[in-house]
Ligand binder design. Structure first.
Ligand code: GAR
Length: 192
Protein backbone atom coordinates (compact mmCIF):
# COMPACT_ATOMS: atom_id res chain seq x y z
CA UNK A 1 0.00 0.00 0.00
CA UNK A 2 2.67 2.40 1.07
CA UNK A 3 4.61 1.71 -2.09
CA UNK A 4 1.68 2.67 -4.27
CA UNK A 5 0.17 5.55 -2.38
CA UNK A 6 2.54 6.95 0.21
CA UNK A 7 5.22 9.52 -0.39
CA UNK A 8 8.54 8.73 1.24
CA UNK A 9 9.53 11.08 4.01
CA UNK A 10 12.90 12.22 2.77
CA UNK A 11 15.88 13.91 4.39
CA UNK A 12 18.41 15.72 2.21
CA UNK A 13 21.96 16.01 3.54
CA UNK A 14 24.08 18.85 2.23
CA UNK A 15 27.41 20.55 2.91
CA UNK A 16 27.39 23.54 0.60
CA UNK A 17 25.74 25.31 -2.32
CA UNK A 18 22.67 23.09 -2.48
CA UNK A 19 21.85 23.21 -6.18
CA UNK A 20 20.90 19.51 -6.11
CA UNK A 21 18.78 20.25 -3.06
CA UNK A 22 16.99 22.87 -5.16
CA UNK A 23 16.31 20.42 -7.96
CA UNK A 24 14.98 17.85 -5.48
CA UNK A 25 12.72 20.40 -3.79
CA UNK A 26 11.34 21.36 -7.21
CA UNK A 27 10.74 17.72 -8.03
CA UNK A 28 9.08 17.11 -4.65
CA UNK A 29 6.54 19.82 -5.47
CA UNK A 30 5.44 18.18 -8.71
CA UNK A 31 2.17 16.28 -8.75
CA UNK A 32 3.79 12.93 -9.39
CA UNK A 33 6.50 13.26 -6.79
CA UNK A 34 7.23 10.13 -4.77
CA UNK A 35 8.99 12.02 -1.99
CA UNK A 36 8.11 14.56 0.67
CA UNK A 37 11.14 16.49 1.91
CA UNK A 38 10.72 16.68 5.67
CA UNK A 39 14.24 17.61 6.70
CA UNK A 40 17.46 19.18 5.44
CA UNK A 41 20.61 18.54 7.44
CA UNK A 42 23.99 20.18 7.00
CA UNK A 43 27.30 19.60 8.73
CA UNK A 44 28.27 23.13 7.70
CA UNK A 45 26.75 26.27 9.25
CA UNK A 46 27.61 28.31 6.16
CA UNK A 47 26.03 26.00 3.58
CA UNK A 48 24.11 28.16 1.11
CA UNK A 49 21.55 25.40 0.71
CA UNK A 50 20.33 26.20 4.22
CA UNK A 51 19.10 29.63 3.08
CA UNK A 52 17.19 27.96 0.29
CA UNK A 53 15.66 25.45 2.74
CA UNK A 54 14.65 28.38 4.95
CA UNK A 55 13.07 30.22 2.04
CA UNK A 56 11.25 27.03 1.04
CA UNK A 57 10.05 26.60 4.64
CA UNK A 58 11.66 23.19 5.00
CA UNK A 59 12.77 22.14 8.45
CA UNK A 60 16.57 22.46 8.41
CA UNK A 61 19.16 21.66 11.03
CA UNK A 62 22.91 22.06 11.33
CA UNK A 63 24.73 19.32 13.18
CA UNK A 64 28.25 20.29 14.11
CA UNK A 65 30.75 17.71 12.93
CA UNK A 66 33.09 17.46 15.92
CA UNK A 67 33.52 13.77 15.29
CA UNK A 68 31.71 11.15 13.26
CA UNK A 69 30.16 9.30 16.21
CA UNK A 70 28.54 12.37 17.79
CA UNK A 71 27.36 13.64 14.39
CA UNK A 72 25.81 10.30 13.46
CA UNK A 73 24.17 9.80 16.87
CA UNK A 74 22.45 13.17 16.64
CA UNK A 75 21.53 12.58 13.02
CA UNK A 76 19.93 9.21 13.80
CA UNK A 77 17.78 10.77 16.53
CA UNK A 78 16.66 13.52 14.19
CA UNK A 79 15.81 11.06 11.42
CA UNK A 80 13.72 8.97 13.82
CA UNK A 81 11.93 12.02 15.18
CA UNK A 82 10.98 13.07 11.65
CA UNK A 83 10.00 9.55 10.52
CA UNK A 84 12.49 9.65 7.67
CA UNK A 85 12.20 6.73 5.18
CA UNK A 86 14.85 7.81 2.69
CA UNK A 87 18.06 9.86 2.80
CA UNK A 88 19.39 11.64 -0.28
CA UNK A 89 22.96 12.89 -0.05
CA UNK A 90 23.25 16.01 -2.19
CA UNK A 91 26.75 17.40 -2.06
CA UNK A 92 27.24 16.01 1.43
CA UNK A 93 30.99 15.86 1.85
CA UNK A 94 31.33 13.58 4.88
CA UNK A 95 31.48 9.81 4.81
CA UNK A 96 28.76 7.94 6.72
CA UNK A 97 29.95 4.90 8.66
CA UNK A 98 28.82 1.32 8.09
CA UNK A 99 27.43 1.38 11.60
CA UNK A 100 25.24 4.41 10.77
CA UNK A 101 24.03 2.78 7.54
CA UNK A 102 23.07 -0.40 9.42
CA UNK A 103 21.37 1.46 12.26
CA UNK A 104 19.32 3.64 9.91
CA UNK A 105 18.39 0.49 8.00
CA UNK A 106 16.55 2.34 5.22
CA UNK A 107 17.81 3.43 1.81
CA UNK A 108 20.45 6.12 1.41
CA UNK A 109 21.14 7.49 -2.08
CA UNK A 110 24.03 9.63 -3.26
CA UNK A 111 24.82 11.66 -6.36
CA UNK A 112 28.43 11.60 -7.48
CA UNK A 113 30.00 13.84 -10.14
CA UNK A 114 31.65 11.16 -12.28
CA UNK A 115 30.73 8.17 -14.39
CA UNK A 116 31.35 5.59 -11.67
CA UNK A 117 33.24 3.35 -11.14
CA UNK A 118 35.65 5.96 -12.52
CA UNK A 119 36.89 8.59 -10.07
CA UNK A 120 35.49 7.72 -6.70
CA UNK A 121 36.19 10.34 -4.04
CA UNK A 122 37.20 13.94 -4.61
CA UNK A 123 38.46 16.08 -7.53
CA UNK A 124 36.63 14.05 -10.14
CA UNK A 125 36.64 16.77 -12.83
CA UNK A 126 40.31 17.58 -12.36
CA UNK A 127 41.25 13.93 -12.73
CA UNK A 128 39.08 13.44 -15.82
CA UNK A 129 40.68 16.47 -17.51
CA UNK A 130 44.20 15.50 -16.49
CA UNK A 131 43.69 12.01 -17.92
CA UNK A 132 42.34 13.51 -21.15
CA UNK A 133 39.18 11.42 -20.89
CA UNK A 134 36.70 11.68 -23.73
CA UNK A 135 33.73 11.77 -21.42
CA UNK A 136 32.71 12.18 -17.82
CA UNK A 137 29.28 12.07 -16.21
CA UNK A 138 27.21 11.76 -13.09
CA UNK A 139 25.96 8.76 -11.15
CA UNK A 140 23.23 8.15 -8.59
CA UNK A 141 23.92 5.11 -6.45
CA UNK A 142 22.87 3.42 -3.23
CA UNK A 143 25.20 4.19 -0.34
CA UNK A 144 26.99 1.27 1.27
CA UNK A 145 29.99 1.14 3.56
CA UNK A 146 32.52 1.50 0.72
CA UNK A 147 33.03 4.99 -0.70
CA UNK A 148 31.04 5.63 -3.91
CA UNK A 149 30.73 1.88 -4.51
CA UNK A 150 27.08 0.95 -3.88
CA UNK A 151 24.70 -0.30 -6.54
CA UNK A 152 24.27 2.16 -9.41
CA UNK A 153 20.70 3.30 -10.01
CA UNK A 154 21.23 5.64 -12.95
CA UNK A 155 24.08 7.43 -14.67
CA UNK A 156 24.59 9.74 -17.61
CA UNK A 157 27.62 10.68 -19.66
CA UNK A 158 28.78 14.07 -20.87
CA UNK A 159 31.40 14.68 -23.53
CA UNK A 160 34.63 16.35 -22.54
CA UNK A 161 35.78 18.75 -25.22
CA UNK A 162 39.41 19.74 -25.77
CA UNK A 163 38.40 23.25 -24.75
CA UNK A 164 36.91 22.13 -21.42
CA UNK A 165 38.46 23.23 -18.14
CA UNK A 166 37.80 21.76 -14.72
CA UNK A 167 35.32 24.58 -14.17
CA UNK A 168 33.41 24.20 -17.43
CA UNK A 169 33.21 20.43 -16.96
CA UNK A 170 31.92 20.89 -13.43
CA UNK A 171 29.17 23.16 -14.79
CA UNK A 172 28.18 20.68 -17.50
CA UNK A 173 28.07 17.77 -15.08
CA UNK A 174 26.08 19.73 -12.50
CA UNK A 175 23.48 20.51 -15.13
CA UNK A 176 22.88 16.84 -15.84
CA UNK A 177 22.93 16.03 -12.11
CA UNK A 178 19.86 18.19 -11.60
CA UNK A 179 17.84 16.05 -14.02
CA UNK A 180 19.41 12.75 -13.09
CA UNK A 181 18.71 12.77 -9.34
CA UNK A 182 14.90 13.04 -9.54
CA UNK A 183 14.84 10.42 -12.32
CA UNK A 184 16.96 8.05 -10.26
CA UNK A 185 14.70 8.48 -7.24
CA UNK A 186 11.68 7.61 -9.37
CA UNK A 187 13.44 4.54 -10.75
CA UNK A 188 14.64 3.45 -7.32
CA UNK A 189 11.30 3.86 -5.56
CA UNK A 190 9.43 2.09 -8.34
CA UNK A 191 11.25 -1.08 -7.41
CA UNK A 192 11.50 -0.67 -3.60
C1 GAR B 1 27.68 18.05 -6.81
O1 GAR B 1 28.43 18.08 -7.99
C2 GAR B 1 27.68 16.64 -6.23
O2 GAR B 1 27.64 15.64 -7.20
C3 GAR B 1 29.00 16.63 -5.51
O3 GAR B 1 29.09 17.90 -4.92
C4 GAR B 1 28.37 18.85 -5.71
C5 GAR B 1 27.39 19.55 -4.81
O4 GAR B 1 26.76 20.60 -5.46
N1 GAR B 1 29.04 15.58 -4.55
C6 GAR B 1 30.17 14.97 -4.19
O5 GAR B 1 31.26 15.25 -4.65
C7 GAR B 1 29.98 13.90 -3.15
N2 GAR B 1 31.20 13.21 -2.92
P1 GAR B 1 25.43 21.24 -4.87
O6 GAR B 1 25.71 21.55 -3.40
O7 GAR B 1 25.22 22.48 -5.68
O8 GAR B 1 24.32 20.23 -5.03
Amino acid sequence: MEKLFGKKNTAILISGRGSNLRSLVKYSKTKKSLIRIVLVVSNNFNAKGLDYADRSKINNVVIKYSNRKSFEDRLLKLLKKNNVDLICLAGFMKILSGSFIRKFNKPILNIHPSFLPKYKGLNTHKRAIQNQDKYSGATVHIVNDKLDSGKIILQKKVKILKSDSEKSLQKKVLKIEHKLYPKAIIRFLASH
